[in-house]
Write a protein that binds this ligand. Sequence first.
Ligand SMILES: NC(=O)c1ccc[n+]([C@@H]2O[C@H](COP(=O)([O-])OP(=O)(O)OC[C@H]3O[C@@H](n4cnc5c(N)ncnc54)[C@H](O)[C@@H]3O)[C@@H](O)[C@H]2O)c1
Ligand SMILES: O=C(O)C(=O)C[C@]1(C(=O)O)C=C[C@@H](O)C=C1
Length: 303
Amino acid sequence: MIYQRVALIGLGLIASSMAHAIRRGGLAGEIIGTARSSETREIAREINLCDRITETATEAVQGADLVVLCVPVGAMGAVAQEIAPHLSEGCTVTDVGSVKKAVIEAVAPHLPEKVHFIPGHPLAGTEHSGPRSGFAELFDNRWNILVPTVGTPPEATDRLRKLWEGMGANVDQMDAEHHDLVLAVTSHCPHLIAYTMVGVADDLRRVTDSEVIKYSAAGFRDFTRIAASDPTMWRDVFLNNKEATLEILGRFTEELFALQRAIRTGDGQQLFDYFTHTRAIRRGIIEAGQDTAAPDFGRGPKR
Ligand SMILES: NC(=O)c1ccc[n+]([C@@H]2O[C@H](COP(=O)([O-])OP(=O)(O)OC[C@H]3O[C@@H](n4cnc5c(N)ncnc54)[C@H](O)[C@@H]3O)[C@@H](O)[C@H]2O)c1
Ligand SMILES: O=C(O)C(=O)C[C@]1(C(=O)O)C=C[C@@H](O)C=C1
């Protein structure tokens, strides 16, 4: 057992997967859960997600030695403010938000000195949300990035690392700014591109008489899966990782324009060279055995 009492705030995909994975590994003495809506709390009770479900976050954190904020990035600051006076001395507060710099800025000022704040981000998910969508295997062989704040005792970070390893994840550390830039490239902008492509296809539906949907090839189907992700979560990701996502979108647009020009001018060599280069990147990732974060479509329950 790594923690005596873990409090999960916000019972969606990530919190419910954590509850299942913590139970699978016998990693906590007790799991307490809480959610804002009575409907979510009711479902959590019905499926026996946690050992105890409380009405409020302030009740949930009492006596906990680990508190995990599992709400959308834009709600982290308000939740931290609400729970701060009720945290136990020496407890660790972590989060699972997809953005790190803005979450640290929103959460850290509210937390008392007697607690350890260790922000985190599991690089694992699906397009589903809510308390029924979680499954114990979500984090197996996926990365979890920890972003310890200055002055965090190494023992507190090691303990949290052990919890994530117990849930099946590989753990790495990064600073917040670097995390946000890397994730802008690997996760945030690809989601925006998927949202856009599905929007374009939908616009075209009238012209193509629904053929776009009917003949969806694998590439487009992957886009529609990604574009089905939770709108609140993704709105908050972009509003809170503005600088890095705008930087990457700027570069993306430049490359896109260059390829657009090559198509218009019939520059087959440029297209061929570009595609050869990107294929080598994909093959390099696979040869290096670093393809562990590849989405495994169809994982987990479909809700
Ligand atoms: N879904 C993914 O693929 C994924 C992966 C890694 C990290 N994350 C991050 O994990 C966090 C949770 O995501 P999820 O996919 O579990 O979401 P989810 O939508 O499944 O669950 C979110 C939970 O937060 C609650 N909530 C929403 N707004 C709130 C508010 N204003 N105040 C209090 N509670 C509120 C919801 O009721 C729900 O219980 C987010 O910060 C997200 O960025 C998501
Ligand atoms: O597989 C998916 O559905 C995901 O989008 C998961 C994904 C990702 O981009 O890889 C999405 C957001 C997270 O913050 C982490 C993981």
